[in-house]
Write a protein that binds this ligand. Sequence first.
Ligand SMILES: [Zn+2]
Length: 397
Amino acid sequence: MSQPSRPSRPYVLLSAAVSLDGCLDDAGPERLLLSNAEDFDRVDAVRASCDAILVGAGTLRADRPRLLVKSAQRRADRVAAGLPAYPLKVAVTASGDLDAGDPFWTTGGGKVVYTTDAGAVLARERLGALAEVVALGDTVDWARVLDDLASAHGVRRLMVEGGARVHTQLLQRGLADEVQLALAPLVVGEPDAPRLFGPGAYPGAYPGGSRHRMRLLETRSVGDVVLMRYAPCAPGADDSPTAADRHWLALACALAADCPPSETAFSVGAVIVSSDGTELARGHSREGGDPVVHAEEAALAKIDPADPRLRTATVYSSLEPCARRASRPKPCARLILDAGARRVVTAWREPDTFVARADGIGILEGAGVTVAEIPDLAEAAIRPNRHLIPTTGTHKD
Ligand SMILES: [Zn+2]
């Protein structure tokens, strides 16, 4: 299996203000202002900290936002840091039904539209030279939008400013790293008012389902508004890694750096997470004074084998689980299969340093376990092992 190298997907931050009853707006024609002046200034600072700001075409049509950095000082600071004065503005539309008269297109810096093949024809006709138009086939796939923003536009941090459908789709696809929610002291009380996150199209539409508790990153008062920052942490479900997968695997890579150094074994970190985002255990190589224990083995030993959550858990390991080992009868790939875990996420394929052609991933996949790889975290996984491998940053095919 090849590991294509590509820049990391951008850090995706969903930003919204909601009323106490969870609404983004009322049903009237005029936009309901939920935030206060102080919070609008906070949003301006967040915009200035991002490489791009994304919005759905429905929000463009309904609200006609400019999505600018209003503060001249913040724009000057960006320019001084070698950035464009304004973040890239990104619009997403399936139909290509855009209005060149919207101030979104005539203000600020660069603009790009992601749309379907059919939508691209209309979007180019409407916008002419006002924006770059990228056609993505029959549908607009969010993972491809993010990959293209990273590779073609160098976007590392993306702010998403709605609307509800865009927020809902990114959260349901597991592509949001953070939700920034400003809670405003208003009650809208209208049944048709738009809500931040829509109902799922199927049970468990949101990763981890209704029992998934996001990680609280921060709360802060901003005048009469309360800012809450949450990070989704329920693992993905297939071999396409999610934002939460990246978080947990980065933690495993950080644990690898805690291992007592060795000349005869790799330093590896592992975290085991249930499908609702609860951390069940973590471990690292040679922990607790055991000179030969492996990371996945150490983590699994901390969980009751009868714990039913193991059957739907994801095992994060900085290095591909081992296929053969001399120190213990069972390699980690076997221990993971015996534990019943159905999904593994890893950053780095085992080089031939200690075991020739180890293929832990092949063993796991052969037994029906889903394996997802995040190769752009390989650097962090390899770092504590630099002294053990002749060449760095390369992968075995
Ligand atoms: Zn192992």
